[in-house]
Design a protein around this ligand. Structure first.
Ligand SMILES: C[S@@+](CC[C@H](N)C(=O)[O-])C[C@H]1O[C@@H](n2cnc3c(N)ncnc32)[C@H](O)[C@@H]1O
Length: 661
């Protein structure tokens, strides 16, 4: 196709035909030398070296075809009164977004964030997982993951470039394994002429014993600006002069009889930064693996942004970028596909005194503000819709002690709230008063925007309430369409899940596309969580689609033992959907001094065993709770209430609160 248009466009067809007619073939110079046949030039392809690999997509396809996963507000810390400069946003709120960054970035791009972000820092996982497999399989996997990882990052870099302001910059933090491939890719995306530095982060630490090669003690950070004019605050990040330089200046001043000046702010910063890794006692330490020192971000943020600029980190991990941006009075957006990352970052910001308001959001559903007052929803239709959404059996409607249940999920009754205003714990108490302990377990459905219960599990007297929330956007969609609920659900699935053209899913822009493969759907619409700590370093999620926030699925019973040295939670029974067993959980997060409102993770427990290296390079095995069937919370900092979040493989959460004696 390309050749065809080349000949058409350049009007040389005739000339070439003439030559061929006359000589019977093309003369050698025409074939090899002539400008005429510089196809690349004619097609506007430049001659810079490029990285070629299987699966490399066209840039336009990435920008145009990536689906955007709108944000849904999950919780808010503080009320912002600061006007937003983003069109369509009234007040500015710093944002912590849970979801795959590709579709979250696309959403930002589609929603007035184009050219709004001054600085981006990313520190993606390094995709070195295959190092652990052996032989040929490893070689093959390495290649595969090499290409897959490169494209994974390239797609994101392309979107990030669109988000950068004209005078913006990006810093891409990598290591020796993938760094050089990504440098070539980043040159392609941002232009070689905009490459500013390869910063070497040099860290001295004694760990890691090697015998046959040198110890690796540096990271690589590639710094690109979007254009040739960009924010760079040279004076804000100067470095101290060496003693030698200062002495020399002093000596020269004496011998020349005139003052040899040194800049009082220090010398111009160089591209090798010696910054120590976070030691076990450091105040900033969060225990999140791969956490980077705040000092690195401090330099980057000071150099490449000004107060009130927006700083983005799309692989936010423990929230280093957001925490430093917060302290330096920048606006920030952090994205991560791991629930642990979101909770760790949330705690980190909450711990900053006088932090600005921020919102935690899920990327996977969308929100239209203030619409609930404008729409009227037929009560019965709404209830049917809610039941269908969560696969409740509507044929099993029942009235018990004056409470109208809309159906059953498994063996338990489901109550759908359809109040006008917010729904509080008090409302559940009223239900319990009527039921008088007649039912042991009740499932509740409320709409996300009415939620003042702030939990998805609550035990009142002897009744356990499992609370499930319908994403607000779905209700709005429902209200707008207000027709057969199955049509709406199909519509949502089509629009938010199936636009992704991958694997055995068909692109359902085509109305006649066959039914969806349910198994594939399960895989696609949930982000799977890591099960062991060491996976955080290496695993990258690449998920696109629509995610339901809470489902009915998790049921857990536990035994709490208060001991001299803390609390032991023994996990008795785990049931997630129809799967039984503790191995369906990925992580348990604990806030050992829960204030009843904002969850601040203090302890994290992983499902699977892992090997951890201490600062001296000694290895020790950490037992996962799948084997031990219990977790131990030590007494340091233990309060009267503890909050526990159980996460399943897909990031569904069950929150429980326990009071200690
Ligand atoms: C190396 S860590 C970042 C550490 C961070 N710089 C810090 O100081 O804590 C990489 C993070 O990328 C996240 N991640 C991997 N794939 C992702 C994706 N597709 N979207 C969003 N986050 C992703 C992982 O969950 C992990 O937290």
């Amino acid at each position: 196709m390309a050749k065809q248009s080349f000949f058409d466009d350049y009007k040389i067809k005739k000339e070439v035909l003439g030559v061929v007619k006359k000589y019977g073939k093309l003369p050698e110079d025409f074939r090899f030398d002539s400008e005429l046949f510089d196809l690349n030039k004619a097609l506007g392809v430049d001659k810079t070296a490029k990285l070629l690999y299987d699966g490399k997509k066209d840039k336009r396809t990435i920008i145009d075809k990536t689906i955007s996963a709108p944000f849904q507000e999950i919780r808010k810390f503080g009320e912002s009164k600061e006007k937003s400069e983003i069109e369509g946003e009234k007040y500015w709120n710093n944002k912590l977004i849970y979801g795959d960054n590709l579709q979250a970035l696309k959403y930002l791009l589609d929603n007035d964030y184009k050219e709004q972000i001054k600085l981006i820092y990313i520190d993606p996982p390094f995709a070195t997982q295959s190092d652990f497999s052996k032989g040929e399989v490893k070689a093959y996997k390495d290649k595969l993951e090499g290409a897959e990882f490169t494209e994974f990052l390239r797609e994101r870099l392309i979107l990030m470039k669109e988000l950068l302001t004209k005078d913006g910059s990006i810093y891409v933090h990598l290591d020796q394994k993938m760094g050089h491939y990504i440098k070539v890719i980043a040159d392609e995306v941002f232009g070689k002429e905009n490459f500013r530095n390869e910063i070497i982060w040099w860290y001295k630490d004694p760990s890691g014993q090697t015998k046959t090669f040198y110890k690796q003690k540096h990271g690589n950070i590639f710094f690109y600006s979007k254009n040739n004019k960009y924010t760079f605050n040279l004076d804000d990040v100067r470095m101290p002069y060496s003693e030698g330089t200062l002495k020399q200046a002093e000596a020269r001043t004496k011998s020349f009889g005139r003052i040899v000046k040194v800049n009082p702010l220090g010398k111009i910063r160089e591209d090798v930064w010696e910054i120590s890794i976070i030691n076990s006692q450091a105040k900033e330490r969060t225990d999140y693996p791969t956490q980077k020192p705040e000092k690195i971000l401090e330099v980057i943020i000071k150099a490449s942004s000004n107060k009130n600029d927006i700083v983005l980190d799309a692989f936010v991990g423990s929230g280093t970028t957001c925490a430093v941006a917060e302290k330096l009075n920048r606006k920030w957006i952090g994205i991560d596909a791991g629930k642990l990352a979101i909770y760790t970052s949330q705690k980190r910001i909450l711990d900053i005194e006088n932090h600005k308001p921020f919102i935690v959001m899920n990327s996977g559903v969308y929100e239209i503000k203030d619409i609930d007052r404008q729409v009227k929803i037929d009560e019965n239709l709404y209830k049917d819709f809610a039941c269908d959404l969560f696969q409740v059996d509507r044929n099993k409607k029942e009235t018990i002690n004056g409470v109208d249940f809309s159906g059953k999920y498994g063996n338990n009754y489901v109550y759908v709230f359809r109040n006008k205003g917010k729904i509080f714990r008090q409302d559940l108490k009223k239900l319990e008063d009527k039921l008088k302990g007649k039912l042991k377990r009740v499932y509740i459905i409320i709409s996300q925007n009415q939620d003042k219960v702030y939990t998805n599990y609550l035990k009142i007297n002897n009744t356990e309430f499992y609370i499930h929330k319908i994403p607000y956007s779905l209700i709005v969609q429902f209200a707008i369409e207000n027709k057969d609920s199955s049509l709406i659900i199909n519509h949502l699935r089509k629009n938010y899940i199936l636009k992704v053209n991958r694997g055995n899913l068909k692109n359902t822009d085509d109305e006649n596309a066959p039914e969806i493969d349910k198994k594939a759907l399960e895989k696609i619409n949930k982000i799977s969580q890591v099960k062991k700590k060491s996976d955080i370093e290496t695993k990258f999620s690449n998920i696109a689609g629509f995610d339901f926030v809470n489902t009915f699925e998790i049921e857990i019973s536990e035994k709490i033992k208060e001991k001299k040295d803390g609390v032991e939670i023994g996990i008795d029974k785990v049931k997630i959907g129809d799967k039984e067993g503790i191995n369906n959980l990925s992580m348990i997060l604990v806030d050992k001094n829960y204030n009843g409102k904002s969850f601040k993770v203090s302890d994290t427990f992983f499902a699977e065993d892992d090997i951890e290296e201490d600062e001296e390079g000694n290895k020790k095995e950490i037992k996962g709770f799948v084997k031990t069937k219990k977790i131990n919370i030590d007494k340091k900092g233990l309060g009267k209430e503890i909050g526990v979040i159980y996460l399943d493989d897909f990031g569904n959460e069950l929150f429980k609160e326990f009071s200690l004696k």
